[in-house]
Design a protein around this ligand. Structure first.
Ligand code: ZN
Length: 130
């Protein structure tokens, strides 16, 4: 009886570590993809500044602004994934960074890089909306 329980326990641990490995692989793949994308679109700061001055048509400026915002959002995603990978290493992945409760399974499945539970996420968004 004790042996069976021990085996069940071991299987549970093994299954958990397999699923964490899957999450890690997924996050690392996405991070690599964003890293490559950011690197291939890399423009030195001075070049970017020159571009702003030379091309002063509003349409061109708008395009640059959109590119810049896109780049910012990809960088944020890159940081979010890096933080999630760190939480995986430290064993705190799946726990809300704010209240330390378990993050809803559905939420994590949808995006394994989320750092906040639904409640804390909503609270953060309502602060931003004010
Ligand atoms: Zn929370």
């Amino acid at each position: 009886m004790r042996i069976a329980t021990q085996t069940d326990q071991n299987e549970k641990i093994a299954a958990r570590s397999r699923s964490l490995q899957t999450v890690r692989d997924k996050l690392e793949a996405e991070r690599r993809e964003i890293g490559d994308e950011l690197e291939s679109n890399f423009q030195p700061r001075e070049e970017l500044a020159e571009g702003w001055q030379e091309r002063d048509s509003p349409a061109e400026r708008e395009t640059r602004e959109i590119e810049y915002l896109h780049r910012e959002s990809r960088l944020n995603r890159f940081r979010q994934i890096s933080a999630a990978l760190e939480r995986l290493e430290s064993g705190s992945h799946g726990l809300c960074s704010e209240c330390e409760r378990r993050i809803e399974k559905k939420r994590l499945k949808n995006d394994p890089a989320v750092a906040l539970c639904l409640r804390c996420q909503q609270a953060a968004e309502s602060v931003l909306a004010i």
